[in-house]
Design a protein around this ligand. Structure first.
Ligand SMILES: [Fe+2]
Ligand SMILES: [Fe+2]
Length: 358
């Protein structure tokens, strides 16, 4: 297994000042290409859910998570080449929330690319977000890697335009996690056509990293851990020898391998979502190899938030999660079984049972 240029110890040393109180809710991603000179890192911050109360008041815990992430990103050594924000900057998509989130993120000292989340989108269909951050889908190339950012939280026109008396009602309906009035996310025809044309121009040996808010794989429809046209996106990625999909939204650790495509979620700065019992009770496609976070401690607001490294040197990723208030994890591709595995946690004999609280 290849080691990281930026070791965990170096990282922790450089972030000791702000890490002392708890969590580092930033994901640092290392992309290593064939030539070591071209290796680079980028940081990933996601799901801040900045929530307005009234006047100049915002929910303090969510503010704090994002402020920490911004501060710690600035302390990374070596410095990341850029930062990705993975969506759900706001909770209910208001100008106050987006402005406040943008102001906190303005402390980040690096070029930042933004991804649209459903909490950012469904109040005004992304209008104000686009004023602040630009296009809702785009691509860029960085040191030999082709990055694509998609807006994966679109849905059927009938749901978006015809169903709700107000925009606020539409936003609230989409913001509910377990809401039967919700609608599945999708990338949609227009963006898929754009994506096809975009990827047609990229040589199939070029590493491609696709960034979305919802997972471009179908995990659990009841909670919209799901993208309706995931298979069609996966088909467009199939010709590439190195394809990675990174997503936020789920506030959990997931990883999976579908054919040539490696999937990884990134952590939220706001809160973790549980792994519900309903996974076992309702229709789902939860990948068997997904590793639940060993938690949850309801008395620790930052439980299961954290940061991670990704080493993509071989075209298969090795990911090291550093979870605060929890044991660190390494998920590496096992060439014998042909899938990513956490060999420590997935050994049933070593698994720690869920905690009980009374
Ligand atoms: Fe979120
Ligand atoms: Fe989301």
């Amino acid at each position: 297994m290849r080691d990281f240029n930026l070791s965990r110890r170096q990282f922790l040393k450089s972030t000791a000042a702000v890490a002392a109180a708890g969590v580092v809710p930033t994901s640092l991603v290392k992309v290593a290409l064939a030539s070591p000179a071209e290796s680079f890192t980028f940081a990933y911050i996601s799901d801040a859910h900045i929530q307005h109360i009234k006047g100049t008041s915002f929910v303090r815990n969510w503010d704090r998570g994002l402020i920490r992430a911004a501060a710690e990103t600035n302390l990374l050594e070596p410095k990341p080449d850029f930062v990705l924000f993975g969506g759900d900057l706001a909770q209910l998509g208001t100008k106050a929330e987006l402005d406040h989130g943008a102001e906190i993120m303005s402390a980040v000292g690096y070029k930042t690319y933004y991804v649209m989340g459903e909490h950012d989108y469904y109040l005004d269909l992304g209008e104000y977000w686009s004023k602040l951050f630009g296009p809702q889908y785009y691509s860029f190339d960085h040191k030999g890697v082709h990055f694509v950012v998609l807006n994966s939280v679109l849905t059927f026109d009938d749901w978006t335009f015809n169903r709700w008396p107000t925009a606020e009602q539409r936003m609230l309906e989409m913001a509910g996690l377990d809401n039967p009035n919700g609608s599945p996310f999708m990338v949609g025809d227009k963006q898929r056509e754009w994506l096809k044309a975009n990827l047609d121009k990229v040589s199939k040996g070029t590493p491609v990293v696709v960034v979305s808010h919802s997972p471009l794989q179908k995990i659990y429809k009841g909670w919209n851990f799901w993208t309706e046209d995931a298979e069609q996106i996966q088909a467009l990625l199939k010709p590439f020898s190195k394809a990675t999909v990174l997503y936020g939204h789920v506030h959990q650790i997931h990883y999976n391998q579908i054919g040539n495509i490696t999937f990884h979620s990134v952590m939220a700065t706001a809160w973790p979502w549980p792994y519900p019992q309903s996974y076992a009770q309702a229709q789902h496609h939860l990948p068997e190899i997904t590793v639940p976070i060993n938690r949850a401690d309801p008395f620790f607001e930052r439980d299961a938030t954290g940061w991670q490294f990704i080493d993509a040197a071989t075209g298969r990723v090795t990911m090291r999660y550093n979870l605060y208030n929890n044991t660190g994890r390494t998920v590496a591709f096992n060439t014998t079984t042909g899938r990513p595995e956490d060999r420590i946690y997935q050994d049933p004999a070593r698994r720690i049972l869920p905690q009980l609280h009374y």
